[in-house]
Design a protein around this ligand. Sequence first.
Ligand SMILES: NC(=O)c1ccc[n+]([C@@H]2O[C@H](COP(=O)([O-])OP(=O)(O)OC[C@H]3O[C@@H](n4cnc5c(N)ncnc54)[C@H](OP(=O)(O)O)[C@@H]3O)[C@@H](O)[C@H]2O)c1
Length: 219
Amino acid sequence: MKIGIIGAGNIGGSLTRRLRALGHDVSVANSRGPHTLTALAEETGATPVHATEAARGAEVVVVTIPLKNIPDLPSGLFDEAAEDAVVVDTNNYYPKERDGRIAEIEDGLPESRWTERHLGRPVVKAFNGTYADDIVERPRPVGDPERIAFPVAGDDPRAKRVVRDLMEEMGFDTVDAGGLDESWRQQPDTPVYGLRGDVEQVRKALAAASPERPAAFRA
Ligand SMILES: NC(=O)c1ccc[n+]([C@@H]2O[C@H](COP(=O)([O-])OP(=O)(O)OC[C@H]3O[C@@H](n4cnc5c(N)ncnc54)[C@H](OP(=O)(O)O)[C@@H]3O)[C@@H](O)[C@H]2O)c1
């Protein structure tokens, strides 16, 4: 699969490593330019590109950068992506430590809805509660008792299926966490956030979530 990854930090780096290990064709971008990604490219065989090129021809585009930087992404980011390209959003709102106050999110807009509006493309929310290292260190085959599961939220069933199939190929089970309006169930500080659980535990954690934004994650 041709996959573009925008963001080459903890999560972008781990996704690049895991997806390359499975033989996918990965282009990866950061904010400073491809010349700063030579080590990752040499290690993994991924193609370092400018952010404007990351989505070119891609079937899946992962946006994995600090939430506050989403509005800085260039417009037309997805112009050269495949027509039905699926956009994955791994991002979280950390108002105190990193992102500052974002009024719409403080007022209750799910974080991924905010991101989707800025990107101008529907997104599938995935990996946002996953420890970056687990992506390379904890993949397990289907049926392994240690295989962990991650929630996936999104409005388009096809897009969600594409992402779930990819995650399952990567060595993780997945749980359908509903549409994006329900995606607060997997935001920071919810029971499922950072959970290393199986499908049943993830389902229970999603069901136990409260729509109230926790104080630690308010500006
Ligand atoms: N760390 C985790 O374990 C974890 C887990 C789940 C979800 N998340 C979420 O996933 C997102 C990424 O987290 P992270 O820990 O991977 O972040 P990170 O290590 O800080 O890396 C951020 C990456 O985004 C790039 N970037 C920033 N602004 C950009 C722009 N305008 N255009 C292109 N690239 C840009 C940075 O490039 P430069 O270095 O060149 O600036 C860097 O490669 C965050 O929203 C985070 O909350 C993180």
